[in-house]
Design a protein around this ligand. Structure first.
Ligand code: COA
Length: 329
């Protein structure tokens, strides 16, 4: 890919105002604050307002990232949106975002259904596009998971939250350098997290819709947990090895925020102290493809990243997909 320097020009995020506590979930399902806290570390999550949609949130995060980069919408050359919760199936969210943002008639496309790994997969593609000569790419991760998932299923409902976050990347001398990105997939594990009803395999029936089947996530939590720890750790090791650095050189790890226990297990597997991991899962729950950029946005906002720091991003998602990235600030 030559010596072209690809860097992070701006980071932005958008969080819906409404905060939903664990206690509030007890009004909908048989659960408790103790159970959710002990098993996941989650205390609260944000819930999109009625009438607030995926596109509204994506555009708000994009404007925040543009502001951070000191750029106008017409200075963006490509848009990639990653989401499992589009407002409509066709066309993709990227088309809506391109228009609402006031961007030029540039390529805009979406990655969907790769779960929480989607954002770093998109970053991998965006980085390659910049090496190819595209000037600036806007990458947005956005989820309104509160509308996708059943509010009657305690196994999954309490885990998720709504959010959007965005990066702007491009060639240049300013901003954190994206040193490397790695990604992989093991499609033999599609069984551990799936929404089966609603696609071409099992189109909606009235009966199933009435029973809420279209919002039913099949999840093998324990298997997912194990795969998540293994794949996030492996991806982290691969990206630092490719960059010729070691785990000791890493100032901060920004992992996918699915579950505090998963993050603790990754820290243990990598033999790194937990205080090197940025954690905000207690505030927002699992926000899918928005999770990693939201965490990086908050870590930087909180002054946890200094110039020269090596920051490692690592994630996993349904599929089973995983991806990691290494940045030098
Ligand atoms: C889901 C998860 C929190 C469950 O934790 P766990 O320690 O594996 O849970 P256990 O298997 O010990 O307990 C499951 C029991 O808790 C119950 N339970 C599930 N959700 C519950 C809730 N919200 N409140 C109370 N009880 C709950 C189950 O019904 C089950 O009961 P049973 O034993 O009577 O059948 C954990 O497996 C996990 O985080 N996995 C990864 C999930 C994830 O990250 N998903 C998103 C991926 S992008």
């Amino acid at each position: 890919m030559g010596n072209t320097r690809i860097c992070l020009l701006g980071v932005g995020a958008y969080l819906p105002e409404r905060i939903m506590t664990n206690e509030e979930w007890t009004e909908h399902v048989d659960t408790s604050d103790e159970w959710i806290t002990a098993r996941t570390g989650i205390k609260r999550r944000r819930i999109a307002a009625d009438g607030e949609g995926t596109v509204d949130m994506a555009v708000a995060a994009a404007l925040c990232a543009l502001d951070d980069a000191g750029l106008a919408p017409d200075e963006i050359d490509e848009i990639i949106v990653t989401t499992d919760t589009p407002e409509v199936y066709i066309p993709d969210t990227a088309a809506f975002v391109q228009y609402r943002l006031g961007a030029r008639e540039i390529p805009a496309y979406a990655l969907g259904s790769s779960g929480c790994a989607g954002f770093l997969q998109a970053l991998d593609i965006a980085r390659a596009r910049c090496h190819f000569g595209v000037g600036r790419v806007l990458v947005i991760g956005v989820e309104v998971l509160s509308r996708l998932i059943s509010w009657n299923d305690r196994n999954t409902s309490v885990l998720f939250g709504d959010a959007a976050a965005a990066f702007i990347i491009g060639q240049g001398k300013l901003g954190a350098e994206i040193i490397g990105v790695t990604a992989g997939t093991d499609g033999s594990r599609v069984d551990i997290l799936m929404m089966e009803v609603g696609g071409s395999r099992r189109p909606f029936t009235l009966e199933e819709a009435q029973q809420g089947e279209h919002q039913h996530v099949i999840m093998n939590g324990r298997e997912l947990f194990k795969e998540a720890v293994r794949r996030m750790s492996e991806a982290a090791c691969r990206v630092i090895e490719q960059a010729g650095v070691t785990l000791q050189d890493i100032a901060l790890v920004v992992p996918h925020q699915a579950n505090l226990r998963i993050i603790q297990a990754v820290a243990k597997k990598l033999d790194m102290p937990l205080n090197k991991f940025f954690i905000n899962v207690q505030e927002y729950g699992n926000t899918g493809s928005a999770s990693v950029p939201l965490a990086l946005w908050e870590a930087r906002k909180n002054g946890l990243i200094a110039g020269g720091d090596l920051v490692l991003l690592t994630s996993f998602g349904a599929g089973f997909h995983w991806a990691a990235a290494l940045l030098r600030f």
